[in-house]
Ligand binder design. Structure first.
Ligand SMILES: Cc1ncc(COP(=O)(O)O)c(C=O)c1O
Length: 419
């Protein structure tokens, strides 16, 4: 063996030579980086970012409850009662009465036997999928499923069979192939896809999963507190709650906090409590986060229809406005009666990554914050400017944002336009 062949490989080499490095440095040098911008106020419809007033069209605070006095008070009460942190796992010294109340009320809300609360939504997905699946199983995922779902699949070692986003013929083909894999089969979809903001074709997914004897899990992160009469998500909206085996939700969006949950049959939830490593081997969420999520849940259960109505009206209004500007707004999909769905995520197709970054910066400088989704969050060449709404946006905020967007896009003649 030569000297060179024996030279040790530095595991830090990828940090120095990764394929995004040049782009990142160029963006940083020109102050174009759309990430890690500093928020210096509450995450409301209008925020202060880097010292400037900015219309927030990039938050997941869908119902605006992070600023609700009752939610804040519940966080303070939990802090006073249980201190700043629990410093241990749910399994050992990290379960308070707040966790138990929250789990009981989540299960009631979802209409399931039980629910289990994790420290983040990411951990809920990883900790559920990585535990109930093993290397002899097959997992079938939509290509636009959230990264935490893929992380759970990887952890499980199950055979991954992805299908093209929302293409039901492709899902069917994967289910047929999975039949020969020999293990159990789990289909996992997002109820509302996080970047594209479109609705899953859940009736078709349910029908195909049942026909092929597969279990079904729906990630309702962007749908709980948003869709369905009770706000129980896409499964409720489609009237399919009792035909979805497992539902995941997060507290980091409409529930105005941080944390996540899995709702489903008692036997599975009980198993997760003693077998899920991302549940057991991490500290419980801080009490204030649990208290805030519980208060937000109670508000949603009592006042949800009004808040969700305002949120979805705002989403329709912005969608129409962006459409009228000629922009290529991603289609949200349709409801069983054929009417167009509405979700709080309203993305505009930009196409090329660099153009998306330039447009993002021009809007940021003009006083509108949006989120940029570039590869790998979306397929190559499919960069999006992702806008999202809150129930607390007023029409004046949206009109002002539309006026700024209309003015700004004039400098971007290459932008894809409505077909
Ligand atoms: C669809 C989806 N699932 C799961 C998660 C993870 O949730 P959390 O932010 O609570 O970790 C997110 C959040 O980004 C999401 O968008």
């Amino acid at each position: 063996m030569t000297e060179a062949a024996r030279a040790p490989v530095d595991v830090f080499a990828k940090a120095r030579n990764h394929d995004r490095r040049e782009q990142l440095e160029a963006a940083r040098e020109q102050d174009l980086l759309p990430y890690f911008r500093v928020l210096t106020s509450e995450a409301g419809p209008v925020v202060e970012m880097e010292g400037r007033e900015t219309i927030m069209l990039g938050s997941n605070n869908y119902l605006g409850l992070t600023g609700d006095e009752r939610v804040k008070q519940a966080a303070r009460d939990a802090l006073e009662a249980y201190g700043t942190g629990l410093t241990g796992s749910r399994l050992l010294n990290g379960t308070t009465p707040l966790h138990l109340e929250l789990e009981r009320e989540l299960a009631e809300w979802m209409g399931t036997e039980q629910a289990i609360v994790f420290t983040t939504g990411h951990q809920a997905n990883v900790g559920c999928i990585g535990t109930i699946l093993g290397p002899s199983d097959t997992v079938i995922c939509d290509s636009a499923d959230h990264a935490s779902i893929l992380d759970g699949c990887k952890l499980s070692g199950a055979r991954l069979r992805p299908f093209r986003h929302n293409r039901m013929a492709k899902l069917e083909r994967m289910l047929e192939r999975a039949a020969d894999d020999g293990g159990g089969v789990l289909v996992i979809v997002d109820g509302v896809f996080s970047m594209e903001g479109d609705l899953c074709d859940l009736p078709a997914v349910v029908e195909l999963s049942e026909r092929h004897g597969a279990r079904l899990m729906v990630d309702e992160a962007h749908a709980v507190g948003v869709l369905g009469a009770r706000g129980a998500g896409a499964s409720e909206l489609f009237g399919l709650e009792d035909r979805v085996d497992l539902r995941m939700g997060t507290f980091s969006k409409s529930l105005a906090s941080c944390g996540g949950f899995i709702a489903g049959p008692a036997e599975v939830i009980d198993y997760l409590r003693i077998a899920s490593r991302p549940f057991i081997f991490t500290a419980s969420a801080v009490p204030a986060a649990v208290g805030a999520a519980l208060a937000a849940l109670r508000i949603i259960r009592a006042e949800g229809p009004e808040l969700m109505g305002r949120l979805l009206d705002n989403a329709r209004y912005l969608r129409r406005g962006l459409h009228d500007l000629g922009l290529a707004v991603v289609e949200p999909g349709s409801l069983p009666d054929g009417s167009e769905a509405t979700t709080p995520v309203v993305p505009v197709v930009v196409g090329e990554d660099w153009q998306a970054v330039l447009l993002w910066k021009a809007l940021f400088d003009a006083g509108v914050y949006t989120n940029v989704a570039i590869h790998p969050a979306v397929p190559p060449g499919g960069a999006l400017l992702r806008t999202s709404l809150m129930a607390t946006h007023e029409r004046s905020h949206l009109d002002r944002a539309l006026e700024i967007i209309g003015r700004t896009v004039e400098a971007f003649p290459e932008l894809p336009r409505q077909g």
